[in-house]
Design a binder for this molecule. Structure first.
Ligand SMILES: C[S@@+](CC[C@H](N)C(=O)[O-])C[C@H]1O[C@@H](n2cnc3c(N)ncnc32)[C@H](O)[C@@H]1O
Length: 363
């Protein structure tokens, strides 16, 4: 049968999706938050997979049952149906008086680190800050975010703030008031966030963490390490370096830095005592493409100076990855997924994925 010719304004043919309008290219010299907004607008909230490995790396923040079996599936946050129209204003100190742990995920993106922690510890309230309004918008659209707002006890609050802004920045005023109202936050995480900041803002971010944390509070950092394959690839490309000797611009315009142990010491030593700093190294083989990728991350667990560690596991501060480098056996990303452990309902988390589930290879 001859087809009726399509006219402008006709609805799209069945099965065919209307084309998304092309996003204009962001100029390379645009501010970094504009590049991150563009990144999230293009890639959406699923680029960074939920970081379930945090349950294993942060036993201090986990209840005993999760510590005993960190691989076990943790159900998404649900509403308890108590408060339907709760406001999403910044929480006041009195609202969080009953929380066991009040933490901050700085540079939270769309919540890939925040939600796995929140699901595993019902006693945790997490503040989530990112300077990308697009990322915070996506985070707030997660059903789990809406669910906790419709509950008797809120679990998190996300807002737009530049972690590297100078002291006195208005976007941090409410957070600072809350921290001082409860005697300081208990814990802060920086997950692949510092590497996105230039040197001076990164130093300001660490100083801000020191001001917000209570003495003895926990700072957990994981980031890209010098020698990571991605760094080698950027070094090989012309025009990727920034004015700072360790800075690179990725293709999408975001900043990447790669840290050595000395860099971490310089950043944290003034205000923090190192509990454990080490490298995590993984060889990830993609059989299809016949390439092995040497990924390298640095991880530090620090205590805010001025008091003994607030958290301990088994009566002493937990020390993980204490060796200078832990090289795990190569993981074949093309191989079939390993079977989930007995009793685990978390089957989906044992496929190799881009987000660093406990059963897979990457960050
Ligand atoms: C690699 S992503 C990691 C996101 C998240 N922590 C996670 O675990 O998936 C880096 C994040 O840092 C944010 N970021 C970069 N510079 C920032 C700054 N100055 N203040 C706040 N967030 C920043 C970016 O918007 C991005 O969401």
């Amino acid at each position: 049968m001859p087809r009726t010719p399509r006219r402008p304004g006709d609805p799209p043919a069945r099965g065919r999706q209307p084309r998304k309008p092309k996003r204009p290219k962001v100029p390379r010299d645009a501010p970094l938050d504009v590049h991150w907004d563009d990144f999230y607008a293009r890639r959406g909230g699923r680029f960074y997979k939920d970081r379930h490995w945090l349950r294993r790396e942060l036993p201090e923040l986990m209840p005993a049952a999760v510590r005993a079996d960190p691989l076990r599936h943790q159900a998404p946050l649900e509403s308890d149906g108590e408060a339907v129209d709760r406001s999403d204003a910044f929480p006041a100190a009195r609202e969080l008086a009953g929380c066991g742990v009040v933490g901050l995920e700085a540079g939270c993106g769309c919540g890939a680190a925040a939600f796995p922690l929140l699901r595993a510890n019902p006693d945790l309230f997490l503040l989530c800050a990112d300077f990308s309004a697009e990322a915070i918008g996506i985070l707030r659209e997660r059903p789990e975010y809406a669910a906790q707002l419709r509950s008797r006890a809120r679990r998190c609050h996300a807002w737009v703030a530049d972690a590297g802004a100078a002291e006195g920045d208005a976007a941090w005023a409410a957070c600072e008031a809350l921290a001082s109202g409860i005697g300081g936050l208990h814990a802060i995480t920086l997950i692949f966030a510092l590497s996105a900041l230039e040197r001076a803002p990164a130093a300001r971010c660490v100083a801000r963490c020191a001001r917000l944390l209570r003495p003895g509070g926990l700072l957990f950092v994981r980031d890209y390490a010098a020698g990571d394959l991605a760094q080698k690839r950027l070094e090989a490309k012309p025009n990727r370096r920034t004015a700072e000797e360790d800075g690179f611009v990725r293709g999408e315009g975001t900043l990447a830095r790669y840290f050595s142990r000395a860099d971490f010491d310089a950043l944290f030593d003034a205000d923090f005592e190192a509990l454990a700093v080490g490298f995590v190294e993984r060889d990830i083989t993609n059989r299809k493409q016949k390439v092995t990728m040497e990924r390298r991350w640095i991880q530090g667990k620090y205590v805010r100076r001025g008091a003994p560690p607030l958290f301990s596991v088994g009566g002493r501060a937990n020390v993980v990855e204490a060796a200078p480098a832990v090289r795990r056996p190569p993981i074949d990303a093309a191989a079939p997924p390993p079977p989930p452990p007995a009793g685990s309902a978390d089957r989906a988390h044992h496929r190799p994925c881009a987000g660093g589930c406990l059963g897979c290879a990457q960050s």
